[in-house]
Design a protein around this ligand. Structure first.
Ligand code: GLN
Length: 484
């Protein structure tokens, strides 16, 4: 095996360009790594053999390269529908679901020349923070296989961390890109709500769900996200911008950029993690940024507001899985009611059932005002707090997670404990803001990530910051020993 897996997208594109390698060879390299390493970490649920690499090589031979992503191997989180390829969302409910359509973001990447190698594991319907709530097995963290990779895009983060693909798609409803990226020592971005189309992405909580990308560098994230983003008539919540430019400003000078550190996020933070985030702040300072302390009011209500809103939307979205139209169907039902009950009971896992129950309760007639309406007001207050914070700074620097990746099995019996690992990520989704996580150190031999939060549509700013940081640090180049 060569060292190709250690290269980022720009470096691989250069090799393809110089004809030092072909897309077919590149695919072979990564397939060989997946065959060798995936059994140990379980990031891929399945691999897919397409003719995309051959087509890419043919285009290149004719000088018709589509983009820097042309011929580069990648994989999708298994909640993006891919026509003709089983798409499960990590659920038994969809174990045999073969969509007839391809998600807009997957189609856009294919149109840019992406070569799909397979589909990646995730928590069932993207509900979870550890990838332990998957119907198809727990994914292991490549840095220590006794630890969780994070969730719900755990397969995406683990696959990139183990260098089984240069990049992967993910989705983030309450942290599912940033949190696993941090636990696995890779870089991930969740854009502003509406930048990427949600069409063809299996819904969890529609007002919070956004697609995004996990890669090894911020520059790669910018490149991929730029191709995924843009208006789609099939998703009415998609922002009007037809295209985005995330790459032109990657090298912008950071002189005078004001970075806010929310004091409240550091109050109860593990001092070892806090030290790494503060070190990142100092590095940004050396790059010319100005660090200021900021208030971020209402941070204490984010988890409660998020889990009510997300569960409420989930209970509505998941009602489509009734055993009739598509998905799992119970055998030999006695009547229609029995069909509904048993299909859902047998098809959904425990965490998904918990969310449906919570959400249905929060929306029920007697409790709507007390829970859902209250959570909506909280959401609005959180948005206002961010707006206020952005009047004092350009970008917010925060921890991504309260701890480093925890032991497999250590939080599965206590759902609230699991929910609390999303302490620093959910507010960003409630406010619809862009958030990026990048590695910034190690604690107890596990990676730590910090989080950059931008104002609405400020993706290019947070990508710019992370890129500059990665020019002078090498945390993002660290690869777990076993996978080098
Ligand atoms: N951990 C959060 C949840 O379970 C966030 C998941 C996500 O972003 N998809 O809801």
């Amino acid at each position: 095996m060569s060292d190709l897996h250690l290269l980022d997208i720009y470096q691989l594109a250069d090799k393809l360009n110089k004809k030092e390698i072909s897309a077919v060879e590149l695919r072979q390299e990564f397939f060989a790594r997946i065959a060798k390493f995936n059994p140990e970490i379980g990031a891929f649920l399945r691999t897919t053999e397409t003719d995309e690499a051959e087509k890419s090589d043919a285009r290149r031979a004719k000088g018709e390269v589509l983009s820097l992503l042309d011929g580069i191997a990648m994989a999708h989180k298994d909640l993006f529908c891919t026509a003709g390829v089983v798409t499960t969302a990590g659920s038994k409910m969809l174990a045999n679901f073969t969509p007839s359509h391809t998600a807009t973001i997957a189609e856009k990447l294919a149109n840019a020349g992406a070569v799909m190698l397979g589909k990646l594991s995730m928590d069932e319907f993207a509900m979870g923070s550890s990838n332990e709530h998957s119907a198809f097995g727990v994914v292991k963290n490549p840095w220590n296989t006794a630890k969780i990779p994070g969730g719900s895009s755990g397969g995406s983060a683990a696959a990139v961390a183990a260098r089984l693909v240069p990049y992967a798609t993910g989705s983030d409803t309450g942290g599912s890109i940033r949190q696993p990226a941090s636990y696995c020592g890779v870089t991930g971005i969740k854009p502003t709500y509406g930048v990427c189309s949600r069409w063809g992405m299996i819904a969890y909580a529609s007002s919070l769900d956004q697609a995004g990308v996990i890669a090894t560098t911020a520059a790669d994230c910018a490149l991929v996200l730029e191709k995924m983003a843009g208006r789609d008539e099939r998703d009415s919540t998609c922002a009007p911008n037809k295209s985005y430019d995330f790459t032109t400003y990657l090298n912008r000078d950071l002189e005078g950029v004001k970075i806010g550190l929310p004091k409240i996020y550091f109050e109860k933070l593990d001092p070892k993690i806090a030290k790494q985030i503060q070190a990142a702040a100092r590095q940004y300072e050396e790059l010319g940024a100005k660090i200021v302390d900021i208030d971020l009011e209402n941070s204490d209500i984010a988890i409660a507001a998020y889990y009510i809103i997300a569960s409420a939307e989930a209970s509505s979205n998941l009602s489509r899985y009734d055993g009739v139209r598509y998905g799992y169907r119970a055998e030999n039902p006695k009547n229609l009611d029995d069909l509904y009950r048993r299909s859902r009971n047998e098809g959904f896992g425990a965490e998904v059932k918990r969310r449906i129950l919570l959400g249905t309760y929060a929306l029920s007639a007697g409790y709507y005002d007390a829970y859902y309406e209250q959570a909506r007001r909280g959401r609005r207050a959180i948005l206002n707090s961010f707006k206020k914070a952005f009047s004092a700074c350009d970008v917010i620097l925060a921890p991504t997670t309260p701890t480093v990746a925890f032991d497999i099995g250590s939080k599965t019996s206590d759902p609230v404990e699991m929910y609390l690992s999303d302490l620093f990520t959910v507010a960003v989704n409630l406010a619809g803001l862009p958030g990026l996580a990048h590695p910034c150190g190690f604690v107890d031999e596990m990676p730590v990530g910090c989080q950059l939060i931008g104002s609405h549509f400020a993706e290019s700013r947070i990508l710019n910051l992370a890129h500059k940081y990665q020019q002078v640090t090498d945390f993002h180049r660290q690869v777990p020993a076993k996978f080098r």
